[in-house]
Design a protein around this ligand. Structure first.
Ligand code: GUN
Length: 283
C-alpha cells in the first residue's frame, strides 16, 4: 500500500482561514480582539523559534499578542507575579508559558496560577481534570491537532487499536485520552516498554511522540495503518520525526510528514483555543 499524505500545512491553512473570519465577526459584533500573552524564560533556541512563530501566527489572524521574554535567572515568584498580572488584563484572553522552563522552576506550580479560563495550553489541573473526566474545555494544542488530522482522513476511529508511543503530560497522556473518547482501544508505550515492536505491529493507528529519530521502523508498521509522527529532532540541521517515513509510507494508508504534518497544527490549535477563550470571556 502507498500511503496518502496527511498535509498538516494545508489543513492548518484552511482552519486559519476560518479563524480569520471568526475574528472579524467577533470584532464587529463585540468589539473584541482575541489577545494572547506568551511568556518565555531563558534562551532555549527551539523555544525562541516556536515563540516567534506563535507571535507571527497571532498577527496573521488578527489577534493582539504580547511576548514577555524573561532572563534565565528569573525566579518562580517573578513568573507567578507576571501570570497574575496577565490574569487581570482584560486585553489578554489566553496565557501560555513556554516549556521547557529553566531548572528549579516547577511548571505545574506556574500553570496552577494561570486562570483556567485563560489556560489556552490546557495544562492547568482543572483543564487536565476536565479532559480526564470527559468534559474538556481547553485541550492541549498538539493532541488536539493530532485528533483533527486523524479525523480529516475520514477513517472511523471507533474500535481501532491505537498505539501511542510517549507518555508526556503535553502529548502522550492527553492524546491517549482523546483517542479513548473516540472509542479507540489504546495502548501507551514508553521508555520502559518491553518489546515496542510487538505493540506497534498490532496498531491500526500509531501516534509517535518521543523525539527519537527512526525509533519506529518500517518493519513495525501494520499494512493499512494510520501513522501520526509527532516526534521532532534536528539531525544535521534537518527536522526528522520518530518514524522511518520512506519505509512506513509503503505500508501505511495515511501518514504525516515531518515537517509539515503535526507541527503546523500545534500553533493552529493554539489560535483556536485563544479564539474560544475570547468568545467565552465575552459571554
Ligand atoms: N513547548 C513545546 N510545545 C509547547 C506547547 O504546546 N506549549 C508550551 N507552553 N510549551 C511548549
Amino acid at each position: 500500500m502507498k500511503a496518502q499524505i496527511i498535509d498538516g500545512k494545508k489543513i492548518s491553512g484552511q482552519i486559519r482561514e476560518n479563524i480569520i473570519k471568526e475574528v472579524n465577526d467577533l470584532k464587529k459584533s463585540h468589539g473584541i480582539t482575541p489577545g494572547l500573552a506568551v511568556i518565555i524564560v531563558g534562551e532555549d533556541e527551539a523555544s525562541c523559534v516556536y515563540v516567534s512563530m506563535k507571535e507571527k501566527a497571532c498577527k496573521n489572524v488578527g489577534f493582539y499578542s504580547q511576548v514577555h521574554k524573561l532572563p534565565q535567572n528569573t525566579t518562580q515568584n517573578e513568573i507567578i507575579d507576571l501570570v497574575e498580572k496577565l490574569n487581570k488584563d482584560s486585553k489578554i484572553h489566553g496565557i501560555l508559558v513556554q516549556v521547557p522552563l529553566p531548572k528549579g522552576i516547577d511548571e505545574n506550580i506556574i500553570n496552577s496560577h494561570i486562570l483556567p479560563s485563560k489556560d489556552v495550553d490546557g495544562f492547568h489541573a482543572v483543564n487536565s481534570g476536565n479532559l480526564f473526566l470527559g468534559n474538556p474545555s481547553f485541550i492541549p494544542c498538539t493532541p488536539k491537532g493530532i485528533m483533527e488530522l486523524i479525523k480529516r482522513t475520514g477513517e472511523d476511529i471507533t474500535g481501532k487499536h491505537a498505539v501511542v508511543i510517549g507518555r508526556s503530560n503535553i502529548l502522550g497522556k492527553p492524546v491517549s485520552i482523546l483517542l479513548l473518547r473516540e472509542n479507540a482501544t489504546v495502548t501507551i508505550c514508553h521508555s520502559k516498554t518491553k518489546d515496542l515492536k510487538s505493540h506497534v505491529t498490532m496498531a491500526d493507528i500509531v501516534v509517535a511522540a518521543v523525539g527519537s529519530p527512526n525509533l519506529i521502523t518500517g518493519d513495525m508498521i501494520k499494512e493499512g495503518a494510520i501513522i501520526i509522527d509527532a516526534g521532532t529532532r534536528k539531525v544535521n540541521g534537518k527536522l526528522v520525526g520518530d518514524v522511518e517515513f520512506d519505509k512506513a509510507k509503503d505500508k501505511a494508508s495515511w501518514i504525516t510528514p515531518v515537517p509539515g504534518g503535526v507541527g503546523p497544527m500545534t500553533i493552529t490549535m493554539l489560535l483556536e483555543n485563544t479564539l474560544k477563550a475570547a468568545k467565552d470571556q465575552c459571554k
